[in-house]
Design a protein around this ligand. Structure first.
Ligand code: NAP
Length: 290
């Protein structure tokens, strides 16, 4: 069994992004991401901090926009409109979840598709579905990149995805069924009857449900590749912060059967940030052709 080292693969992808930044800087362009955080949700604060640190390490600029949780939807939309017009800003990221009174769809739709480095805008999603050029969502793209870097055979493989969110499971199902990747996908969700029946058939099992330990040892085929996207905070009084991060997979049990498995943390998470940097580089490169 091999524990997949997402950090190393992510480091390589981040180095690539840094090289692209150097080439852009030589042409007078500094790739810049505007990062909007409304409120102080601790998980969101830590994600935003990690993204900004990664941007700095890749010699990219970031515009750190911290807003009060009671910002109105109209104010947020007008801020995004201004960023859309700002030529020094190449990408715009609104950290989710947004405060409850703000409609997420409105905010996602307001971001210019040219600056939609999260790949959530309907135009980006449409391009992805049609197999056209456009920004791919970072976590699903990171999972694909991880599998490809490890030379895991995808052509004809049966990939079973647990979770159909717009953020992870559904876009992943679209990417894996692209002709150049050619996997056969089963997409599971809470309406799936007998989840284990499907997960046991997986050559590649991807858990993205947000339920700690959902995937037990007896739900996995011997020799499967297991990718754990889940990040769950599980209370643990013996831990310094009072909780530990756990994936959706029962790592102890499943690692006895899997050929490859990602740890949490250190598996998919680092790839997400690396793919974000690549999208920011791509957004800045596009301004060269404009
Ligand atoms: P989400 O929006 O809550 O979606 C969860 C999906 O899993 C839903 O489609 C849900 O089904 C399905 N699901 C939940 N419990 C299930 C069960 N018992 N059996 C079958 N399906 C089940 O979550 P998300 O945003 O996709 O995130 C999923 C996990 O990935 C979370 O732990 C999140 O923190 C993590 N995540 C990690 C990264 C990273 O970079 N590592 C990035 C994004 C997300 P229904 O549609 O039927 O409700």
């Amino acid at each position: 069994m091999t524990i997949i080292d997402g950090k190393t693969t992510a480091r390589q992808a981040r180095e690539e992004a840094k090289k692209r930044t150097e080439a852009l800087r030589a042409k007078g362009i500094v790739p810049c991401l505007a990062v909007i955080l409304a409120g102080e949700d601790p998980a969101s604060v830590s994600y935003v901090t990690a993204k900004e640190k990664a941007l700095a390490e890749a010699d990219m600029a970031s515009r750190d926009i911290r807003l009060s949780a009671d910002i109105s939807e109209a104010e947020l939309l007008s801020l995004i409109a201004a960023l859309n017009e700002d030529a020094a800003v190449h990408g715009i990221l609104a950290q989710l979840p947004l405060p409850k009174h703000v409609r997420e769809d409105r905010v996602i739709d307001a971001i210019s598709p040219q600056k939609d480095v999260d790949g959530f805008h309907p135009v980006s999603v449409g391009n992805m579905v049609l197999g056209r050029d456009g920004f791919l969502p970072c976590t699903p793209n990171g999972v694909v990149r991880l599998l490809q870097t490890l030379n895991i055979p995808l052509n004809g493989a049966h990939a079973v995805i647990v979770g159909r969110s717009n953020l992870v499971g559904r876009p992943l199902s679209i990417l894996l069924t692209r002709k150049d990747i050619n996997a056969t996908v089963t997409l599971c969700h809470t309406g799936t009857k007998d989840l284990a029946h499907y997960t046991r058939q997986a050559d590649i099992l991807i858990a993205a449900a947000g339920k700690a330990g959902l995937i037990a040892g007896d739900m996995v085929k011997e020799g499967a590749v297991v990718i754990d996207v889940g990040v769950n905070r599980v209370g643990d009084p013996s831990a310094k912060k009072g909780y530990r991060l756990r994936g959706d997979v029962d790592f102890e049990a499943v690692s006895q059967k899997a050929a490859f498995i990602t740890p949490v943390p250190g598996g998919v998470g680092p790839m997400t940030i690396a793919m974000l940097l690549q999208n920011v580089a791509a957004a800045a490169e596009k301004t060269l052709d404009a």
